[in-house]
Design a protein around this ligand. Sequence first.
Ligand code: AMP
Ligand code: ZN
Length: 113
Amino acid sequence: MSDCLFCKIADGKIPAKIIAQNDHALAFRDLNPQAPTHVLIIPRKHIATLNDLTDGDAELVGRLHLLARQVAADEQLNDGWRTVFNVGAHAGQTVFHIHLHLLGGRTLGWPPG
Ligand code: AMP
Ligand code: ZN
């Protein structure tokens, strides 16, 4: 999608600190980190929100989590880590290309704000 920030990052048109990638997804550091490790994992395919998923995206969503596991291992988050999908206004979604937040490197409170 031409005017999507994360599509531009996936296409290499906007720089980002990419730390892992494969044919399906990429992982890059969040610009405004909320934890010592704060990485965003996105599909190369443009999907606006989790509400827009179809059955055909089931494998892709699994692959996002597999990449999260790889990044967590690379970052040595041995004491635990968290993934979050924000969906829509009440959850604070600001970029409408799905992204899995991977947070770690500190104790994470629960429930989240
Ligand atoms: P959300 O609020 O769930 O939509 O998360 C969007 C995230 O994208 C926020 O944590 C932002 O800090 C992050 N972000 C926005 N622009 C960029 C960018 N150019 N590179 C990396 N992260 C970004
Ligand atoms: Zn996009």
